[in-house]
Write a protein that binds this ligand. Structure first.
Ligand SMILES: *Cc1c(COP(=O)(O)O)cnc(C)c1O
Length: 396
């Protein structure tokens, strides 16, 4: 037998202020829920937890879709679930990619055997209804996939007109709501979104590990008409329906304690109220934006497309990206995100998601950023960032 040469010290993770692109801060009651006793995945108690998670998710998605559940896996598993169930080899799919996550959806669709048409836009831009109308007309796809809140760029894609265009063409609309859900309105039924997925660790405020997914009647019909089996056994909604639906038949062992955490995080969302939660995200964004702009820092996305929960800004000239983010983390415990893809080294991504979206974080961040910039010889007007944010809070 091989023996271990000594025992690892017990875990002692630092407490961070998570102002990056996710995970976001976790309310202590959500962490406490995770430490509750584990029951079996078919225990009547857990079945009740599942029912309640489903009904709270329906509320957050603003849908009456029966097939609304938490997929065991992160946001990307939600993406994969939707794509592999909607797509059969050879099906045509349009994916709108104006950032890393749109690009990921195109990759997933290609792996599922779709004939993918990728519409591209430079990072930071959004799609117009007209260019989607042209593409849908030309390609005649089964599915159109688009990202509501592109976390890699901070851009907010409006969906109203696009939804109508996609449906008029007889196609299905698949929407990535990973970063928008519980931070911006995601009105699945009103917008007639056929399938949508999210992640637990962004604006819902739960640790990473579950992916809320909702599937509407038209999408379920398309799944029922499949001629081939879903390529993934684990993510097959036809099989998952038997567990999350009425049969409650064993499929896989659900991550019990993760579902406890999601349950508590969703309780907090419902208790706050969706409108109040959206308003809170917007207020914190306005304060942060005023502060950053007063310090001479510009957004990398036009104001009318800027997401409240993900603030992507241009790194000021002469500032060392890695050094500054290291200082924020080591001296202030603040995590922010760097740029992704072509924005690497060019942008910072400052998250105000879920629990993170609060005054104390915005003010501390602005003050800490000023100190770190000063250290690199960049000297915005002293105190201007905090003062501008305070002005927004005064106006309310
Ligand atoms: C975070 C994110 C994902 C991926 O989620 P993971 O939990 O990292 O797997 C997908 N799409 C968007 C828009 C995201 O922000």
């Amino acid at each position: 037998m091989k023996s271990m040469t000594g025992i690892c010290p017990p875990l002692n993770p630092p407490t961070r202020i998570l102002m990056g692109p996710g995970p976001s801060e976790i309310h202590p009651s959500v962490l406490a829920a995770m430490a509750a006793p584990t029951v079996g995945h078919l225990d009547p108690y857990f079945l009740k937890v599942m029912d309640e998670v489903q009904s709270m998710l329906r509320h957050v998605f603003q849908t009456s879709n029966m097939m609304t559940m938490a997929i065991s896996g992160t946001g990307s598993a939600g993406m994969e679930t939707c794509v592999v169930n909607l797509i059969e080899p050879g099906d045509r799919m349009i994916v709108c990619a104006a950032g890393v996550f749109g690009g990921r959806m195109a990759d997933v669709a290609g792996r599922a055997g779709a004939e993918v048409t990728t519409l591209e836009r430079p990072f930071g831009e959004v799609f117009t209804a007209q260019e989607i109308a042209e593409a849908v007309d030309r390609v005649k796809p089964k599915v159109v996939g688009i990202v509501h809140a592109e976390t890699s760029t901070g851009a907010w894609q409006r969906l109203e007109e696009i939804s109508k265009i996609v449906h008029d063409a007889g196609a299905l609309l698949l929407v990535d709501c990973v970063t928008s859900l519980a931070g911006l309105p995601v009105d699945v039924d009103r917008l007639q979104i056929d399938a949508a997925y999210s992640g637990s660790q962004k604006c819902i405020g739960c640790p990473p590990g579950l992916a809320p997914v909702t599937v509407g009647p038209r999408a379920l019909e398309a799944m029922d008409r499949r001629r081939t089996k879903v390529s993934s056994w684990y993510l097959d909604i036809g099989l998952l329906r038997n567990y999350w639906g009425n049969n409650r038949a064993y499929h896989h062992t659900a991550p019990i304690n993760m579902n406890y955490a999601l349950h508590q995080a969703l309780r907090l969302v419902v208790e706050e109220g969706l409108e109040a939660r959206y308003a809170r995200h917007l207020l914190q964004h306005r304060a942060l934006r005023a502060g950053l702009e007063a310090m001479g820092i510009q957004y990398s996305v036009k104001a009318e497309h800027a997401l409240p929960m993900l603030n992507s800004v241009l790194i000021p000239a002469g500032v060392d990206d890695v050094l500054l983010r290291g200082q924020l983390l080591n001296e202030f415990g603040i995590e922010i995100g760097g740029g992704l893809g072509p924005m690497k080294g060019r942008t910072w991504r400052i998250g105000l998601m879920g629990e993170t979206a609060k005054k104390s974080n915005v003010l501390l961040f602005l003050a800490a950023l000023e100190q770190c910039l000063n250290r690199q010889g960049v000297r915005p007007t002293a105190g201007a960032g905090v003062a501008a944010a305070n002005e927004i809070y005064l106006q309310g």
